[in-house]
Design a protein around this ligand. Structure first.
Ligand SMILES: *[C@@H]1O[C@H](CO)[C@@H](O)[C@H](O)[C@H]1NC(C)=O
Ligand SMILES: *[C@@H]1O[C@H](CO)[C@@H](O)[C@H](O)[C@H]1NC(C)=O
Ligand SMILES: *[C@@H]1O[C@H](CO)[C@@H](O)[C@H](O)[C@H]1NC(C)=O
Ligand SMILES: *[C@@H]1O[C@H](CO)[C@@H](O)[C@H](O)[C@H]1NC(C)=O
Ligand SMILES: *[C@@H]1O[C@H](CO)[C@@H](O)[C@H](O)[C@H]1NC(C)=O
Ligand SMILES: *[C@@H]1O[C@H](CO)[C@@H](O)[C@H](O)[C@H]1NC(C)=O
Ligand SMILES: *[C@@H]1O[C@H](CO)[C@@H](O)[C@H](O)[C@H]1NC(C)=O
Length: 432
């Protein structure tokens, strides 16, 4: 894997703090996994997982809580489209994971035909299922259960488009799987090309789409992925080759983070690729990230009709490649973890706060209102929810031998489906 390590010149510094070295090493791990990224989809009904409660209003009434809850869930049953989730009053990011032994996901990796083998942990042999039964409980409020009929009614006549990396792809797959069982055979279709996937529900005249753009902006390494990090160049000022596919979407959900974290610096290019890599400049990663996000922000502000389109940005999905973060210096990354971290203040070294600040600052200065779906803290706790060794690499299932070496082969970046991305979508739906 030495080819993944940039030369010292590229790193540039003389004294590099240990934490940064760890971060960089984690970065290499990402890429070892990320380059195996497969864009194709594999193939496979339903049950119930998400709790039905809503954000309490200031003081709707003096009725006891239980009663209010009952009324709410009745409303959900008759598909009250007027249901309003109030993000002002509910910080969904602060809370805890609660184990519910009777919780069942709305789908399985057998029932939903659209789950990549990369994410289908049960099918791939994950032996325990506790990770499916943790439910996110915000401190101040409750989030409504994901109701597939309600979701499809909200999407009627609309295009929901997810844009981003493989984590975003898993959120898209989760969304499709959460709703697809209520759509009869023959009323739904899936079209796949290299970068662009479209799930359509005819009866609803709705589509749920994914566009592969791991940096959002252009790069020379989206497809095919370039293994040699020194040759990777991000064209921080360009989105045109892809943004044409995003125009006209009614709901846009973006993410980008982990691909930027390959090292302390990122090669960036302005102007034409025609100048070749010689024109590229190595920028500190947060600087390159800001330029890329600014380009995205300009596109949104100049193109998106905010009266018609809702725009979301999903924050970084945490990686768990360093078990010392959660007090297990002798652990093996996220391998063999079966419970979330309980410490509320937990924040791992895979989530870079400086990068997070870039997101806040770019979004704050936009003309268009962008809703940030802050999944980072709640996902931080879920060291148990990664695909770990129940996944594939380079299009092939891990062999028994590879599984026996989790330090090298466990994937602690991506998440099992069903699993954590279902909670992200529960929060997204609450905002729609
Ligand atoms: C909410 O209701 C409680 C009990 O009915 C009352 O004590 C409290 O003052 C009310 N708060 C507001 C903000 O109206
Ligand atoms: C546990 O999950 C079941 C099934 O979804 C649900 O009916 C029940 O309310 C949940 N229990 C708690 C305490 O949330
Ligand atoms: C279906 O939705 C599209 C927008 O996504 C709209 O342009 C079109 O008119 C709709 N068709 C019908 C039959 O409602
Ligand atoms: C959005 O709607 C408001 C009020 O209806 C209107 O004043 C404004 O011009 C609209 N903006 C655009 C970009 O159409
Ligand atoms: C980790 O392993 C080392 C050497 O095997 C041992 O000395 C140490 O006590 C272990 N630490 C923990 C927290 O288990
Ligand atoms: C995984 O965890 C189980 C129980 O906690 C333990 O018995 C087993 O040795 C662990 N496996 C590895 C490879 O650490
Ligand atoms: C997301 O939540 C974390 C922890 O609660 C916070 O530190 C961070 O600033 C938030 N990010 C954004 C973009 O709001």
């Amino acid at each position: 894997m030495s080819f993944l390590i940039p030369n010292r010149g590229a790193v540039g510094g003389t004294r590099i703090p240990l934490s940064i070295i760890v971060l960089v090493l984690c970065g290499f791990m990402f890429f070892a996994l990320l380059y195996t990224e497969r864009i194709s989809l594999m193939s496979s009904s339903s049950s119930n997982f998400l709790r039905s409660k809503s954000c309490p209003r200031k003081n709707i009434s003096s009725k006891p809580k239980e009663k209010v809850r009952e009324e709410r869930s009745e409303k959900m049953d008759v598909l009250d489209d007027r249901f309003e989730f109030d993000p002002e009053e509910c910080n969904v990011a602060a809370g805890k994971w609660v184990y519910n032994s009777s919780a069942e996901p709305l789908y399985t990796d057998e029932s939903c035909p659209y789950i990549d083998r990369q994410f289908s942990c049960m099918k791939n042999g994950r032996p325990e299922t506790d990770y499916l039964r943790w439910e996110w409980q915000p401190d101040d409020c409750t989030i409504p259960r994901f109701n597939p009929k309600l979701a499809m009614n909200k999407l009627r006549g609309k295009r929901l488009l997810f844009v981003g990396d493989s984590l975003q792809r898993s959120q898209w797959e989760s969304f499709v799987c959460l709703v697809e069982s209520i759509i009869p055979e023959g009323e739904k279709s899936m079209k796949r090309s290299k970068k662009y996937f479209v799930f359509k529900a005819k009866e609803y005249n709705a589509s749920i789409e994914f566009y592969w753009a791991p940096f959002i902006v252009e790069s020379n390494t989206d497809l095919p992925v370039i293994l040699d990090m020194k040759k990777r160049v991000v064209k921080v000022d360009s989105v045109e080759d892809r943004s044409k596919y995003w125009e006209g979407a009614d709901i846009l959900v973006f993410n980008t983070y982990v691909w930027w974290m390959s090292g302390l610096r990122m090669k960036a290019l302005w102007g034409s690729f025609g100048n070749g890599e010689s024109g590229a400049e190595a920028l500190d990663t947060p600087v390159a990230y800001r330029l890329g996000l600014k380009t995205w922000a300009n596109w949104v502000d100049s193109t998106v009709d905010s009266n018609k389109t809702k725009v979301f940005f999903t924050t970084m999905s945490p990686t768990h490649t360093r078990s010392a973060d959660w007090g297990k210096p002798n652990g093996t990354k996220c391998f063999n973890e079966t419970e979330p971290v309980k410490d509320k203040r937990f924040w791992g070294t895979g989530s870079n706060k400086q990068m997070m600040k870039v997101v806040s600052s770019v979004v704050k200065h936009m003309a268009t209102h962008v809703t940030v779906i802050n999944i980072t803290q709640l996902s931080e706790y879920r060291i148990d929810a990664h695909t770990s060794v129940y996944t594939e690499t380079g299009g092939k299932m891990l062999t028994a031998e590879q599984r026996a070496d989790p330090m090298r082969n466990a994937d602690c970046i991506h998440w099992c489906l069903p699993g954590l991305p279902d909670t992200w979508n529960r929060i997204l739906l609450a905002h729609l």
